[in-house]
Design a protein around this ligand. Sequence first.
Ligand code: NI
Length: 264
Amino acid sequence: MVSMVSRSKVLKFLSASALAVLLAGCGAPLSAHWQGFPPDGPERAAGKGAPQADASAAPGPDCSQVKCVALTFDDGPGPYTASLLDILDEHEAKATFFLIGKDIAKLPEVVREEAARGHEIGNHTWSHQDLAKISVAAAQRELRKTDAAIKEVTGASPTVIRPPYGTIREDLKKSLDLPVAMWSVDTFDWKTRDAKKTIKSAEKVVPGSIVLMHDIHPSTVKAMPTMLADLKARGFHFVTVSQLVGDPKPGTGYETGQQAAAGK
Ligand code: NI
């Protein structure tokens, strides 16, 4: 099922766009109360990646020595995700997928492939709720149901959470047993739906960037070969959020990895 999907096939999908999956607003600005960065410290040691969904995944590059970026894809799985996985493989890129729980059962084989190919799986709530606007108990239900769906399909629990719209209550965040991944580069792919603009947005990437994208948009998947080639030409390695951060702590938010050593 997760075979090579040709570009023409993707375009057919596009024209058959019964798929007006309008999860717009996902890339909303960061909430003002967001607090992210843990201090630089010895714990930010190289190669100390958090547990991955796929234990057989090869260790990533040493992000204290080389330029790394974490590409992240929200709101999937979707009909373009399988072709994205092939593109990532072609560029030896690892990424992080923040999944919508209720959609996992629609494309379980795609989610299995995400994990099997060494990508990181994250929780993006069951039904794309704004976690700042619902009760802590309701938010925990959204997250727990999604945890269970991911575990059922991949055999492993997710390792990171991304709150929809980038908003989460401080008390909820602190109570979480997983780290929270925000972003430092917003491609606005959900808004522009334009591959060229998505490619251009990657010019803002610096070592340690976490890049926000959405694999439910064909324009985003179409942008990836060029974006990956451009970033590779600039010397970047593509790693998961946990690899980028090194040892992310539960209940803590991260907008970037700590990349001072490679910041050139
Ligand atoms: Ni989203």
